[in-house]
Design a protein around this ligand. Structure first.
Ligand code: SF4
Length: 410
């Protein structure tokens, strides 16, 4: 994972620079922010790498335990990382079993895709090769949005780099490429398989775009992809798009009725009905789509201004205030003792609470939990959430919601 940091046209930002060719040079001079999430991701990747080496190469248990314990000492370590890295390894084993004979498995592979993207290089979390198939897998620790491997440019660039790297050994034996993205924290596992021919044709097709993005002659093209851009709050092109309110006018044709009514009156007729004062549902649907990016952009502006003010930079017209907070004991044990001393019964001061479902599953282990008390588990339908009609999730069914959980409790 680490070496990808300095490629101007990195694989991980390809979905952005392929759409907004101005982004790489624009972002280049803006400060890079390392978040705790990114650091957590780095640690989770290191654990995944270690477990891959243990599973697929020769490593003594002693070395493995020493290295793992060292990683576990990191303050960002959590037990969840142990579980998600195990799921990742399970998936790698499944991938390996798809081969007729044991494939070559390599972790953290440096790949160079400079033949397609100027100075393009990166690191592949896992590469497997055997028979006619090259498999690459990317582990993502984030749990913000699921990222699909299907048509994913980051994976395709890694695959091009991996093909180049292993060509001297495997020659043209490789005919197809399988690309997977594992996001265990979101329970998202996706795979895309294409032929080497298709992959190379795609590589050729993006060459001129990459060249443009590298040259500094790229064009700004705001969109969904702005969300991970370093300049998302300060970008003028994005601001221009989001403040071009005439974009919203044509979906609320307020003047149309007036013009038609005036024409009726001018021809001696009488206007029937009333002006359309209510938005139609179709207009609301359209406005929701158009406003989505506007809301995301406003949040980015808020985040930027908050950080600037915290750093002591003034933002005209704004200041920071303390948000709502809740009272808390400075020393809870001492407070309870004082309450007992004041005559309150200890039983009144404590609640006896059962463990949560997840805590009980952790306590009993998955198998025993499923066997002994799995029958008492139900998963109600989640709260209805608005999503674009193109969203892959199944549409919410209010009738199903009414009956959700009935069978499981019977
Ligand atoms: S914020 Fe959007 S439009 Fe501006 S440079 Fe970044 S990706 Fe391009």
């Amino acid at each position: 994972m680490p070496p990808e940091k300095h490629a101007l046209l990195s694989a991980s930002s390809a979905s952005r620079w392929l759409k907004c060719t101005a982004a790489p040079r624009f972002e280049e001079h803006l400060p890079e922010r390392t978040s705790e999430y990114a650091e957590e991701g780095r640690l989770a990747h290191a654990i995944c790498e270690l477990k891959t080496l243990k599973k697929f190469t020769v490593m003594t248990s002693r070395t493995y335990t020493t290295r793992l314990n060292k990683l576990k000492k990191d303050p960002l370590y959590s037990e969840e990382m142990d579980k998600t890295s195990d799921l990742y390894i399970e998936h790698l084993i499944e991938q390996a079993m798809l081969y007729d004979s044991t494939p070559t498995v390599v972790a953290e592979v440096q790949v160079d895709f400079g033949g397609y993207v100027p100075e393009g290089f990166g690191t592949c979390d896992n590469v497997m090769i055997g028979g006619d198939t090259l498999s690459i897998t990317d582990y993502k620790h984030g749990k913000g949005v699921p990222v699909s491997a299907v048509g994913n440019p980051q994976m395709r660039l890694y695959a091009l780099g991996a093909l180049k790297r292993y060509a001297p050994v495997f020659g043209d034996a490789i005919k197809q490429v399988r690309m997977s993205i594992d996001q265990p924290r979101l329970d998202s596992y996706t795979t895309d398989t294409i032929t080497v021919e298709e992959l190379m044709a795609w590589g050729e097709s993006i060459k001129p775009i990459a060249q443009k993005a590298f040259s500094g002659l790229g064009e700004f093209a705001p969109g969904d992809h702005c969300r991970f851009c370093r300049g998302k709050a300060q970008c003028r092109a994005r601001a221009n798009t989001n403040t071009a309110l005439e974009d919203f006018k044509d979906c609320v044709p307020a003047g149309e009725w007036n013009a038609k009514a005036a024409a009726v009156v001018a021809s001696g007729g009488v206007v029937q009905g009333a002006p359309p004062t209510l938005l139609s549902d179709a207009e609301i649907g359209d406005l929701l789509i158009r406003g989505k990016e506007l809301v995301a952009w406003y949040k980015d502006l808020e985040e930027y201004a908050t950080k600037a003010l915290l750093d002591g930079k003034p933002i005209e017209g704004w200041k920071l205030v303390a948000g709502r907070s809740i009272r808390t004991f400075t020393d809870q044990d001492a407070a309870i003792q004082a309450a007992i001393a004041a005559g309150y019964d200890e039983a009144l001061l404590y609640d006896r609470k059962p463990k949560t479902l997840s805590e009980m599953e952790k306590l009993m282990g998955k198998a025993e939990f499923a066997e002994k008390i799995g029958g008492y588990v139900t998963k109600p339908l989640g709260k209805p959430t608005l999503a674009l009609s193109t969203d892959k999730r199944e549409a919410y069914n209010p009738a199903a919601a009414d009956f959700a959980g009935v069978t499981a409790s019977e």
